[in-house]
Ligand binder design. Structure first.
Ligand code: NDP
Length: 253
């Protein structure tokens, strides 16, 4: 099935760590480097290091890195329009950039945190999709993979905004998939449980102890467990869409 991915152009948001980075590596691994990656995030230096590592391990691969903050929606269309020619015809969009900020009761959530989560997880994801869809529609082909969460299906206390954002991702993803059923554009929702990445460190704003406590008595998934599913899903035959997948650590309730 991996040969179906050969030569594809894959755009990943939030590729500087965690699931985004692992997904980049897994596409390279699956195609033996026969893939074109557009890797974006806010931290350019981290992307540069990743590109260097890829060049060493997969000399055949083409990699374009660029700073992209998905909350700066006015920069998204120019970014797409100015991609180097060989990366323009995007085949797979991985809408992965996302975050939780804080763990507060509704009355005490910082407005900046509310905006940070909604702007990244929802508005940014929608804006990326709107910018890439015309390319996919023009060739009547393409895959859009949205990172949801179990928090977008089963809400938990002190996660109200994150849950709201991921419920929004779920609704948007399913509506888009139905909107596109008469095309050859596929839309996927991948909804993980606990995965050990930088996610919790970001959530607790650098407090390592608070971040680590999330994994007490639980063995989380690794980023590679999720990227493996993303590569699996997008390498199915065109008649198949892995439309909505929950993926948990076996020990998570
Ligand atoms: P990480 O914190 O490791 O990665 C998040 C990525 O998003 C980073 O590369 C970060 O890069 C990027 N990012 C953050 N803000 C922006 C922005 N405004 N514009 C562009 N990129 C941004 O977390 P994960 O890998 O765990 O998270 C990936 C996705 O998976 C998220 O959507 C998350 O909600 C979802 N998820 C994670 C779970 C988990 O337990 N870890 C569980 C369920 C879902 P930079 O800072 O360089 O911009």
């Amino acid at each position: 099935a991996a040969e179906r991915l050969s030569g594809k152009i894959v755009l990943i948001t939030g590729a500087s760590s965690g699931i985004g980075e692992a997904t980049a590596i897994d596409y390279l691994e699956a195609t033996n480097g026969d893939i074109k990656l557009i890797l974006t995030a806010r931290r350019f230096e981290v992307l540069k290091t990743l590109k260097g590592k890829i060049a060493k391990d997969y000399p055949k691969a083409s990699v374009h890195i660029e700073t992209l903050d998905v909350t700066r929606t006015e920069t998204i269309e120019p970014f797409i329009a100015n991609l180097p020619e060989e990366f323009k015809s995007i085949d797979i969009l991985i809408n992965n950039a996302g975050k939780a900020l804080g763990s507060d009761a509704v009355g005490s959530i910082d407005t900046e945190d509310i905006r940070g989560m909604m702007d990244t997880n929802v508005i940014g994801l929608i804006a990326m999709t709107q910018a890439v869809l015309p390319i996919m529609k023009a060739k009547n082909s393409g895959d859009i993979v949205n990172l949801g969460s179990i928090a977008g299906l089963d809400a938990y206390p002190t996660g109200s905004i994150y849950c709201a954002s991921k419920f929004a991702v779920r609704g948007f993803t399913h509506s888009l998939r139905k909107e596109l059923i008469n095309t050859k554009i596929r839309v996927f929702l991948i909804a993980p449980g606990l995965v050990e990445t930088e996610f919790s460190v970001v959530r607790y704003k650098g407090d390592k102890n608070a971040a680590d406590s999330v994994y007490n008595n639980l063995e989380p998934l690794s980023a590679e467990d999720i990227s493996d599913l993303i590569v699996y899903s997008t390498s199915r035959r065109q008649n198949t869409v892995v439309a909505d997948t929950l993926i948990f650590p076996t020990c998570q309730a």
